[in-house]
Design a protein around this ligand. Structure first.
Ligand SMILES: C[S@@+](CC[C@H](N)C(=O)[O-])C[C@H]1O[C@@H](n2cnc3c(N)ncnc32)[C@H](O)[C@@H]1O
Length: 265
């Protein structure tokens, strides 16, 4: 408890990240990783194998950018630095250990930003129509741009729409229908892919595409997925990530994610 409180207090955090609970989620993610490491291993191995395959024939290996870097569970820092000289990590919040490492190493850069460019505007949104208007405005903007030999988008695709959806639901005091939510998720995911495509360098995407809940007998009790076009990207592989085995999130169900990996030169 004391360790967690200290990490909470000492981690540099923007007001935006604080407001939307990103620091809390980041600490919770690290704890879940420590509890579920064994179940996560096949997922982490897939991410690392694909990373190694992708870097193998890169014409140059000077720089890498990781979007949604979090704790770098998928591609650990030592693996990134074995292959690249300059490493840039991009997230709304970075773990304390990355801040400490970046202070000592000029080749490690932390960029703290909202890749959806929507969070600052959520307070002003009063209904679903206004969220769609915001999405329309975002279509015409550069949300992010990075130049590197490799740009990795690391399992943040399905997260981009979560807070905008919650913000609208709070304002209109009702849950959005599945169809309404899917439309928003699709729009945020495709905006991310469009901006990623415009980045300079090879791209590698790990995309959390489907959530699957199973009961104690292993029977599927819920699945959630929304359409996303990966036009222009080449699919490399798909697999299941045992995100929360039984008793991790609940004693009644386990949670799995279907991950899809894509590449673009
Ligand atoms: C599932 S984690 C990614 C896991 C990570 N790639 C790894 O290797 O451990 C998703 C990350 O996306 C970040 N994220 C969510 N929404 C974001 C946004 N709008 N802009 C930037 N980062 C965001 C979260 O803070 C979180 O660290």
């Amino acid at each position: 408890m004391i360790r967690e409180a200290l990490v909470f207090l000492l981690t540099p955090t923007t007001p935006l990240a604080k407001k939307y609970g990103f620091l809390y989620s980041s600490i919770a993610l690290q704890h879940r990783f420590e509890r579920c490491k064994k179940a996560w291993l096949p997922h982490l191995k897939n991410c690392q194998d694909l990373f190694l395959e992708t870097v193998q024939d890169l014409p140059r290996k000077k720089s890498v950018v990781v979007l949604g870097s979090a704790h770098l569970h998928e591609i650990p820092l030592h693996l990134l630095s074995e292959h690249f000289e300059d490493i840039t990590l991009v997230d709304v919040v970075h773990p304390l250990k990355h801040h400490r490492l970046a202070k000592r190493n000029s080749h490690l850069k932390l960029v703290t930003e909202d890749l959806s460019k929507s969070l600052e505007k959520l307070d002003k949104i009063n209904n679903l129509e206004e969220l769609h208007q915001l999405l329309q405005q975002l279509q015409d903007q550069n949300l992010f741009y990075f130049e590197a030999d490799l740009v990795i988008s690391g399992n943040l695709l399905s997260q981009l729409a979560l807070l905008p959806i919650e913000a609208v639901e709070r304002k209109i005091k009702r849950s959005l229908s599945l169809e309404e939510k899917d439309q928003i998720c699709t729009a945020f995911a495709e905006l991310h892919l469009k901006n990623l495509k415009n980045c300079k360098g090879r791209k590698l995407v790990y995309a959390d595409r489907k959530v699957i809940y199973r009961d104690t007998k292993g029977e599927v009790i819920y699945t959630g997925e929304y359409p996303v076009s990966f036009e222009g990207f080449t699919k490399l592989k798909e697999w299941i990530w045992q995100l929360a085995p039984l008793k991790e999130a609940s004693k009644d169900y386990s949670i799995e994610m279907k991950i899809e990996a894509y590449k673009k030169d």
